[in-house]
Design a protein around this ligand. Structure first.
Ligand SMILES: *Cc1c(COP(=O)(O)O)cnc(C)c1O
Length: 389
């Protein structure tokens, strides 16, 4: 059996909408599917304003531009993270400040945030890892207390919630990704969610989105001149991609439900190995609704992890790990960090194993994955008794 790590979910409606788009010759940005998707996200997830972007990365870049980040400013984020939010900060000439994670969720350790706040701190970018919410109440309280902006990196968290509020709609700004590896996808795409009424952010967003021009107001007949107004870039995706996204979003509940079934199956079947102390399983805290983006477990060493990955590969199963912590990556070291600065991030990222999780994974395939994880763990007990497991 061959089980790839990820398979894109296709609803079957994508071609219909793409053909409609092509037939009408409206393939550029800010067309009717872009409008439909933006409305869908705003209504469904309850948010003030949504702008589709070309990726989650560019949504984050637009966010750091919108909040007026300057050289000398600092932005707090976890080091256990994808590179995009750190790049978005560096591209403004500002500095990412890395914080350790909470072992329970691998999200930013909220109790470590305040120690990193100083007069240069402008924002916090929490990441909802695996589609499980950060402690947003505490993060928003800290931000209020220090007058900081919160940009949620909700790239992995579309349709996940924290105390009945959808992720991406709680901070001042939120960023989604529709990359091919995410739950809802159009290949490459993203969205910026604007939840604040602050005019400097809300009113400038359309302008930054359209290369720094007032094209959107012009098209809506609100101004008679189309001209350069502010800094900006080209953040809007082709309407063809929005057409694909429109088909995908209609299935968001089905996709989430199927992922949940597989996730729960992994949890149940691996439980005995947790009881034996061979691995530790993820935990979704109360009050939080996951979108089941990632299934991970923590093994007890990186050697053990490599042995399990190798065993699975021999049986056609692709498993993987991430992230190389940002602070101890080559770029992090250039910024002056040392690996020992964030010990929990360093340790847990070496032990983390991710298993295949996508809607088309069959029960037979799930059973096959679990069987081989079990065999690998049993073999480890026999062949490497010296291992501290
Ligand atoms: C996927 C991802 C991004 C980047 O999204 P793209 O659409 O690939 O640019 C950013 N942050 C996190 C946490 C992600 O998982």
């Amino acid at each position: 059996m061959k089980i790839p790590f990820n398979k894109v979910y296709i609803t079957g409606q994508e071609m219909t909408y793409v053909q409609d788009c092509l037939a009408r010759g409206q393939i550029g940005g800010n067309g009717s599917y872009t409008d439909k998707v933006q409305r869908f996200i705003a209504d469904r997830f309850d948010c003030r304003k949504v702008l589709l972007t070309t990726s989650g990365t560019t949504a984050l870049e637009m966010a750091t531009m919108l909040i007026g980040l300057q050289p000398g400013d600092e932005v707090i984020m976890p080091s256990f993270n994808f590179v995009s939010s750190a790049n978005a900060v560096l591209l403004r000439g500002a500095r990412p400040v890395f914080v350790d994670i909470d072992p329970e969720t691998l999200n930013i350790d909220v109790s470590a945030i305040e120690a990193h706040i100083n007069t240069r701190t402008k924002a916090i970018i929490p990441v909802h890892y695996a589609g499980v919410a950060c402690k947003m109440d505490q993060i928003m309280d800290i931000a209020r207390g220090h007058n900081l902006i919160v940009i949620e990196d909700a790239a992995q968290a579309v349709n996940a919630a924290y105390q009945d509020k959808y992720l991406g709609t709680i901070g001042h700004l939120g960023c989604y990704s529709f990359h091919a590896t995410k739950n809802i996808s159009c290949g490459e795409g993203g969205a910026l969610l604007i939840n604040t009424s602050e005019p400097n952010i809300l009113e400038r967003a359309d302008i930054l989105w359209e290369k720094g021009t007032n094209r959107r107001q012009f098209m809506q007949g609100q101004t008679d001149k189309y001209t350069w107004m502010d800094i900006g870039s080209s953040f809007l995706p082709a309407d063809i991609l929005a057409a694909i996204l429109y088909a995908q979003l209609a299935e968001v509940d089905h996709i989430t439900r199927r992922r949940e079934e597989i996730y729960r199956c992994y949890l149940d079947l691996l439980q005995p190995y947790q009881s034996q102390g061979l691995l530790s399983l993820p935990n979704i805290p109360p009050g939080i609704r996951s979108n089941y983006h990632i299934f991970y477990c923590l093994l007890t060493s990186s050697l053990e992890r490599s042995l399990v990955i190798d065993h699975l590969r021999q049986y056609g199963i692709q498993s993987t790990f991430h992230y190389v912590p940002l602070h101890s990556s080559p770029m992090g070291l250039k910024l002056g960090y040392k690996a020992a600065d964030l010990p929990i991030t360093e340790r847990l990222s070496q032990n983390l194993l991710r298993l295949p999780l996508y809607p088309s994974l069959s029960q037979e395939e799930v059973d096959y994955v679990i069987k081989h994880v079990s065999v690998a763990l049993e073999e480890l007990k026999i062949t490497a008794p010296g291992l501290d497991i």
